[in-house]
Write a protein of this length. Sequence first.
Lengths: 181, 181
Amino acid sequence: MRLNEIRYARAMTSTGSPTRRGPGSVPKNVRPAPDDVDRAILHELAVDGRLANNALAERVGIAPSTCLARVRALREAGVIRGFHADVEPRALGRDLQAMIAVKLAAHARGSMGPFVQRISRQPEVLDVYFVAGANDYLVHVAVGSTEDLREFVAEHLNRDPDVALTETNLIFEHTRAAGRR
Amino acid sequence: MRLNEIRYARAMTSTGSPTRRGPGSVPKNVRPAPDDVDRAILHELAVDGRLANNALAERVGIAPSTCLARVRALREAGVIRGFHADVEPRALGRDLQAMIAVKLAAHARGSMGPFVQRISRQPEVLDVYFVAGANDYLVHVAVGSTEDLREFVAEHLNRDPDVALTETNLIFEHTRAAGRR
DNA sequence: GGTGAAATGAGTGCGAG
DNA sequence: CTCGCACTCATTTCACC
């Protein structure tokens, strides 16, 4: 059985760069910029975060020890932020999800950090999007009931003096794109 | 060294149910409803999806073989939908994120399935929220440039006859709550 | 359903190309 | 940077409680 076949002939993104970036490339940031093998690793681990190291190595066409070193490097560089189990919220008694648009008061516009930190600490909160436009934030929450939702909005949002107004929309369905995150 | 210490005295959610649900509980669905150990497992794996099985077993206070069986059961029951690496989008050349509100045309309101399937197949799409309210969908995308964003909206949304109107808002920052997903 | 021990298989460090 | 080898440790199965 041949182990070193190059199987990762997937499209990935259309960046068009060959195996290694050319010597006359842009400086970019401090980031080493992942090559094609790194991109293949990232894709495989995004699809299946528990893929074993040797299986991953075989898929991307390198030796297991090399693969391990690359994954470690990607983790330490912050390219891979972590590995997480995707848990069905309804199994945890959170049958209801909502997207809450939040507009901050004028006096709170300067320092927005505290609000995000406070709000993302709440167990109901799944995502906080800081957006341009009419609203300042979109807060994605999962709660157990409409009563919990009402209480969350009242306690953590409307009660906050930094919050000018909120608009709550129920989420009927949420599909996430596993494999490209 | 004592292995069987119960360390998972975390708050979890305030459901208030003791170790096993009482005999006179509600029928609920077909779902076996996770007990406290399952909840601890889910929490640990949501925080660190690559936590080794024996380490996980020690944390939740059961034997490794039992722990393995529970994790398998949770996976097959669909409570754990999968394990995914959390990859920094900017490392993949996607420096720009946006939340696009989409309103469908009246004639397309009946069959909304095709739209979601089509749109979530695109590599730029991270999340699709089907929401109540003025808009029908919120589409979370990550692209390489404003030009890519414009092209995505034009090609995959405005060109679609099912789409009545779109509203694109840039995302300055996105914080996800790892540990409760 | 839970557990412990045994066999299989994977993760990890090191020296070398 | 890449690899292969050797050692250590975890995963998984099974009979039994």
